[in-house]
Ligand binder design. Structure first.
Ligand SMILES: Nc1ncnc2c1ncn2[C@@H]1O[C@H](COP(=O)(O)OP(=O)(O)OP(=O)(O)O)[C@@H](O)[C@H]1O
Length: 290
């Protein structure tokens, strides 16, 4: 079942578009948005949360566009999980969670703390008296308080050390709430998202089943992202192409960095289906065999 759908959505700040004509479904099994800093992941997440109105295109929530949706219901059903720094430092943990609950359900604070693996005694503490991992669990508990059907998670584990990260990932993987996850960390999407979309310069350049996409990328940018992950005990990753080049204004936005660019790349490639995924690259067949 699709919870939310972006249909040819262009998003921007002022008059400057930064996300271009993105079509994307949030389907079952977790959906990941991957891409470097500035590629438009958070902007797209804000649109899915109803915080940013598209310059063109629509966000669909069931059979309604967000413009025509009862936003009170929507805001309960689709919950953000941002970084733990968003917790009010003056508020006790229990109060912070209770605030998200209807008055009649305030007794659920204890159950919610237990659900995210925290001792209910922590309810009387303030955020600075918790560890980073515990704070992130509180943020998740707050989001779960209203029984959402979808969580939108923006780098939910990036501020945490690796072992704490792993435990938060276990927690998220065990929830039966759907999720849209934004991250730089490919291991995190692999764990939590059945489907992933790779964004470059505000465009989806590749979409498909996460495992296939990372094992066998069809876009040179996906390949570059995957190959930039250092391997334990291996030599440091070697950058292919020019990693510093800004996106091209015309044609394929990745072409100035792409080691496979040819003159044809001055024409923008459309997304096309190839071996179970969608990719916007003239050279996809060649990438798949390398
Ligand atoms: N409030 C804003 N006003 C103007 N421009 C913005 C604003 N927020 C983001 N941008 C611009 O929009 C583009 C996409 O930013 P966005 O935050 O969506 O990227 P991102 O992929 O989430 O990056 P990161 O991984 O660093 O969070 C960038 O060029 C950024 O400078």
């Amino acid at each position: 079942m699709t919870v939310l759908r972006a249909e040819r959505v262009t998003l921007g700040y002022g008059r400057r578009p930064v996300v271009h004509e993105v079509t994307l479904d949030i389907t079952e099994g977790g959906v990941g948005l991957i891409g470097e800093s500035g590629s438009g992941k958070t902007t797209l997440a804000r649109a899915f949360l109803g915080l940013l109105t598209p310059m063109s295109g629509n966000i669909w929530y069931g059979d309604q566009t967000l413009k025509n949706t009862d936003l009170r219901k929507f805001r309960k059903d689709v919950q953000p999980v941002f970084q733990a720094e968003a917790l009010d430092p003056r508020m006790r943990i229990g109060t912070s969670i209770a605030e998200a609950l209807p008055r009649s359900a305030r007794h659920r604070v204890k159950t919610l703390l237990e659900q995210v693996g925290l001792n209910p005694d922590l309810a009387t503490r303030k955020p600075h008296q918790l560890s980073g991992g515990q704070r992130q669990r509180v943020v998740i508990a707050r989001a779960l308080a209203v029984d959402p059907s979808l969580l939108i998670l923006d780098e939910p584990t990036s501020a945490l050390d690796v072992t704490v990260q792993a435990r938060i990932l276990d927690l998220l993987a065990g929830l039966d709430t759907e999720r849209l996850l934004i991250t730089h960390n490919l291991a995190v999407v692999e764990r939590l998202c059945r489907t992933s979309h790779v964004l470059f310069a505000g465009r989806v350049v590749e979409s498909g089943p996460t495992r296939d996409l990372l094992a066998n990328p069809a876009h040179p940018y996906t390949q570059a992202l995957r190959d930039a992950v250092p391997k334990l005990g291996g030599s440091p990753p070697e950058a292919k192409g020019r990693t510093e080049a800004v996106p091209a204004e015309s044609g394929c936005p990745f072409r100035l960095r792409c080691p496979l660019a040819v003159p044809e790349c001055e024409q923008a490639p459309a997304l096309r289906d190839i071996r179970g995924r969608q990719v916007a690259c003239h050279r996809a067949e060649d990438v798949l065999v390398t």
